[in-house]
Ligand binder design. Structure first.
Ligand SMILES: *[C@@H]1O[C@H](CO)[C@@H](O)[C@H](O)[C@H]1NC(C)=O
Ligand SMILES: *[C@@H]1O[C@H](CO)[C@@H](O)[C@H](O)[C@H]1NC(C)=O
Length: 296
């Protein structure tokens, strides 16, 4: 009995050393043991733990017994229902291979994609891209339902207003304005103090608009080429639909000369109260901008 104790200790020490010097081997055997013990037994729902706050609802586990969280939109999934490595997609989602990815020579990975791409109007008047996005946002409040299918109807919202800009005479500037609403909003540009819509008949001004970048969005641009001192002023992006109208304004400052060494052509962002400029007479307070810190 006295001899046995050091013997056991020695065997243990050797075992630990072996497992440390061959960690992969050690690991793999445990892995196999785990998997073997992992076969599905009889399903006892009482032993299942209730998954909480699943943004894409629940699916059944690999044994088809207990509920577990389904994978959300964009998450990798198992294409084959019989596989259980990445997991199955949740409500309103299906596992799909992106063919485009394969074309670019990448190894394509199947992802959960929303089956419907119809927009959803949420109860607070926010438009969700699809039912999956809506469910994700409302996962914690399951008993709140959507307002209706399709986008929420609303007055336009300017998601990206034009930014103040300055440049030298002879150079070009562009103002951008990003708007979203449904029905699609109308977008137009004006110069403060001038009732006429831009470009009017002005050959050095051009106006462009394009749908996007978001769904139910429009982006407009106002370009002024070959700046003249007289172009200086406040430019206003005006947008409206049948539910309302809004605007955003930005200032253009034209600097005499064309020295490229002066780093003055940087755009700065501080908002201008359009109302302020409209309500007061034309004697704007230039000082604020003259002395303003343009290095943002
Ligand atoms: C469902 O909504 C009601 C009232 O709107 C609220 O009192 C209740 O707590 C909600 N239940 C859940 C599970 O969110
Ligand atoms: C200033 O003008 C130059 C030349 O036209 C142009 O490339 C540059 O983008 C302009 N800078 C800004 C901030 O608009």
């Amino acid at each position: 009995l006295k001899m046995k104790h050091p013997m056991v200790t020695a065997v243990l020490v050797v075992l630990v050393q072996v497992s440390q010097s061959f960690p992969a081997l050690y690991h793999r055997s445990w892995w196999r043991l785990l998997r073997e013990g992992d076969s599905c037994g009889k399903c006892d729902l009482a032993l299942c733990s209730e998954p909480k706050e699943c943004p894409a609802g629940t699916v059944l586990d690999r044994c088809g017994c207990c509920p577990e969280c389904g994978n959300v939109e964009g998450q990798i999934c198992d294409l084959d229902q019989g596989n259980h490595f990445y997991g199955q997609c949740g409500d309103n989602l299906e596992c799909r291979l992106d063919a485009d990815e394969a074309r670019f020579g990448e190894v394509p990975e199947p992802q959960c994609v929303c089956k419907s791409q119809e927009s959803i109007c949420g109860p607070e008047g926010k438009t969700y891209e699809n039912i999956c996005q809506f469910n994700k946002a409302y996962a914690m409040k399951r008993n709140i339902s959507m307002k209706h299918k399709g986008p929420c109807e609303s007055a336009p919202v300017i998601s990206m207003p034009p930014q103040d800009v300055q440049n030298f005479t002879g150079n070009d500037v562009i103002f951008g304005c990003e708007v979203s609403a449904y029905p699609m909003p109308h977008l137009e540009w004006k110069k403060k103090g001038n009732k006429m819509l831009l470009p009017g008949d002005d050959t050095h001004i051009s106006v462009q608009a394009r749908g996007g970048p978001q769904k139910y969005g429009v982006t407009g641009w106002l370009q002024i080429q070959g700046l003249k001192k007289s172009d200086e002023g406040i430019y206003i992006c005006h947008t409206k639909n049948k539910y309302g109208a809004t605007y955003a304004a930005a200032r253009l400052k034209v600097i005499d000369g064309s020295s490229p060494t002066f780093a003055g052509s940087r755009s700065v962002s501080y908002s201008i109260e359009y109302g302020e400029y409209y309500d007061h007479a034309d004697d704007e307070d230039e000082e604020q901008y003259e002395s303003g810190d343009y290095e943002n």
